[in-house]
Design a protein around this ligand. Sequence first.
Ligand code: NDP
Length: 290
Amino acid sequence: MQHDRSVTVIGLGPMGRAMAGAYLDQGYAVTLWNRTPSRAAELVRRGAVLAASPAEAVAANEVVVLSLTDYDAFYGVLGAVDPAVLAGKVLVNLSSDTPDRAREAAAWAAERGAVQLTGGILVPPSGVGDPDSSAFYSGPREVFEAHRGTLAVLTGGTDHRGEDPGLAALFYQLNMVMFWTALSGYWQAIALAGAHGISATELQPYARNALDLDRFIDFYAPRVDAGHHGGDVDRLAMGLASTEHVLHTVVDAGVDAALPAAVVDLFRRGVEAGRGDDSASSLVELLKKN
Ligand code: NDP
């Protein structure tokens, strides 16, 4: 097959494998490298080339997509690559880590004449290659624009948040703080339901309803930005009582209570800070201070 587009993918966990597969689906020439080479087998069968070293993988293409566990792995893989090989490369780093770690890595790349586009992808492997999926990017806009087509193979939506290489990581972590906290609540509910013989499948429609928070987000966002935490719709003291009812229900069922206890603690601190007659959104002010 004749390829007019090519890309390197480094890191073949579930995400990297899905990314390499999406490029193959679109007719890209794909070069791979992974610490555990056996994970490349299926992709090689489909036409990808497995490089013998990270340097060989980087040398193969201008665009190098990295899908590693974290930035320690990034340095672990690229640290030994000759800077002359890295020079001129675009490192699309879709590995998760903190904004500061993303900024450090962008500076590290720049010292070697490479450019990092920081990425944060918002879908599981099954969503990679989907036109409706999206990812955050940050770093030099002209580099982002020049490679937008290649990035859009991974997720149809590509949201450039700004030049600061930390921004994509920040927006990704903003997503994840909500995602993991909400999902933990879901798992807590399944455990509680299970203690009463109710299956996750029976809970399914109610969970979908409970976790659809759109109208709360739309209601609170402008009020919070305006510093308006009036207790006209909900009172934090009511919220504390409600969270205590949740905790007691969980304890009565003999289910692990660490998560609901942490929520009660947060609400109680808000009430103790004198916010009992304000909205539960006033917890934002408490949370701003460590
Ligand atoms: P995994 O952690 O399963 O795999 C990532 C890759 O990192 C593997 O190829 C692994 O190599 C490699 N790796 C880890 N440590 C090192 C190291 N020290 N040296 C060399 N290679 C290393 O991650 P996923 O594929 O699930 O995800 C990749 C990134 O995408 C992560 O940052 C994750 O947070 C993010 N993400 C994941 C999603 C998901 O649903 N899975 C969704 C959205 C984002 P080896 O195969 O040899 O172990």
